[in-house]
Design a binder for this molecule. Structure first.
Ligand code: MF3
Ligand code: CO
Ligand code: CO
Length: 287
C-alpha cells in the first residue's frame, strides 16, 4: 500500500475540486421534489458540471476491471439501494430517501468526491433516523482524524455508533485516498478495531463514506452490473466527505455554502472551524 502525500500546491487544487463537487449538490438540492426522475437529476448535474463549472464527471464511463462502463454523471441510490445506483426514468415520491454521489475532475486533473442524503417531502421516522445516524457516523469518523491516529479508529467509531443504534455497516465498499486518481490508497474501512491500520500523517487526503443499513449488512448486486442493494431490501443511507489530514487535525474539503452543519454530537474546535468555513464560502449556486 502506498499513500500519496499531497504537496501544498496539490492541496490547493484539491480544495478547489472538492468545493466544486459539493457545489453540484448545493445546486441540485432545490430540485429534489416529488415527480422528478433520477435521470433528470443526473442530467441537471451533468449540465451544471459541463456548462457552469467546466468540470468533468469522474463516474461517466468509469470502468474498473470487471465492471461495465458506468453510464451516468452521478450515482443516485434510492431507498434500499446502497450505492452506485444508476439514474433512470423512475420518479421520486414523497417519503423516498436518496443518496446523490458526485465526483468531479477539474481541468487541472484533480478529483473531488462527496455525497449527501436527501429526503423527499416527509420520510418515516425510521428513514429520518437512519439518515441522521449515518450523518453522525461520518462525522464521528472525521473527528478521529489527526496525525498519529490509526486509520482503524475511524471504522471503529463508525461501527460502534451504527450498531448501537440497531443498524449495520456495509463491508464491501470503503472510503479511499483521492487526488489525481479517483480511488487511491488507503482503503478506509467503516468498521474495525481501535488501533488497527496505518498511522495517519499530515497531507494525506481520503474520503470517509459510510454506508449504513437499517436491516442486515448483506448486499446484492443488480444485473446492471453496478447498482448495489441491501439483500433484505431494508433502507440504506450514505454520506461522504473528502478530508485532508492537517498538522492540527482535519480539514473537510467538500464543504460548500449549503452543506448541512456538523451534527450536535460533534462539538468543540472541529464544529466551530467547520461552521466558520461554511459561513465563509460564497453563497450556494443558483439553480
Ligand atoms: N463516487 C463513488 C465513491 O464514492 C464511486 C462511484 S463509481 C461509479 O467512491 F462508477 F459508480 F460511479
Ligand atoms: Co468516494
Ligand atoms: Co463518492
Amino acid at each position: 500500500m502506498s499513500i500519496i502525500l499531497k504537496s501544498p500546491e496539490e492541496i490547493q487544487e484539491m480544495r478547489i475540486a472538492c468545493r466544486l463537487a459539493a457545489e453540484v449538490l448545493d445546486y441540485i438540492a432545490p430540485f429534489i421534489q416529488p415527480g422528478i426522475s433520477t435521470a433528470e437529476i443526473d442530467r441537471l448535474c451533468s449540465d451544471y458540471m459541463t456548462n457552469v463549472q467546466h468540470t468533468i464527471s469522474a463516474t461517466l464511463n468509469y470502468a474498473p476491471p470487471g465492471y461495465p462502463p458506468y453510464p451516468a454523471s452521478t450515482c443516485i441510490s434510492l431507498n434500499h439501494q446502497v450505492c452506485h445506483g444508476i439514474p433512470g426514468p423512475k420518479s421520486l415520491k414523497k417519503g423516498d430517501i436518496l443518496n446523490i454521489d458526485v465526483t468531479v475532475i477539474t481541468p487541472q486533473g484533480f478529483y473531488g468526491d462527496t455525497s449527501r442524503m436527501f429526503i423527499v417531502g416527509e420520510a418515516s421516522i425510521l428513514a429520518k433516523r437512519l439518515c441522521q445516524v449515518t450523518y453522525e457516523c461520518m462525522w464521528l469518523g472525521i473527528a478521529e482524524v489527526r496525525p498519529g491516529a490509526h486509520l482503524g479508529n475511524i471504522g471503529h467509531v463508525i461501527q460502534r455508533h451504527a450498531e448501537s443504534n440497531g443498524f449495520s455497516v456495509v463491508r464491501e465498499f470503503c472510503g479511499h485516498g483521492i487526488g489525481r486518481g479517483f480511488h487511491e490508497d488507503p482503503q478506509v474501512l467503516h468498521y474495525g478495531r481501535q488501533g488497527s491500520g496505518c498511522e495517519l500523517q499530515a497531507d494525506m487526503i481520503f474520503t470517509i463514506e459510510p454506508m449504513i443499513n437499517a436491516g442486515k449488512a448483506a448486499i446484492s448486486e443488480l444485473p446492471d452490473g453496478w447498482t448495489i442493494v441491501t439483500r433484505d431490501r431494508s433502507l440504506s443511507a450514505q454520506w461522504e466527505h473528502t478530508i485532508l489530514v492537517t498538522e492540527s487535525g482535519v480539514e473537510v474539503l467538500t464543504l460548500s455554502a449549503a452543506n448541512p452543519p456538523p451534527p450536535k454530537l460533534i462539538g468543540g474546535a472541529l464544529a466551530s472551524a467547520t461552521n466558520a468555513a461554511i459561513a465563509a464560502l460564497p453563497p450556494a449556486p443558483v439553480s
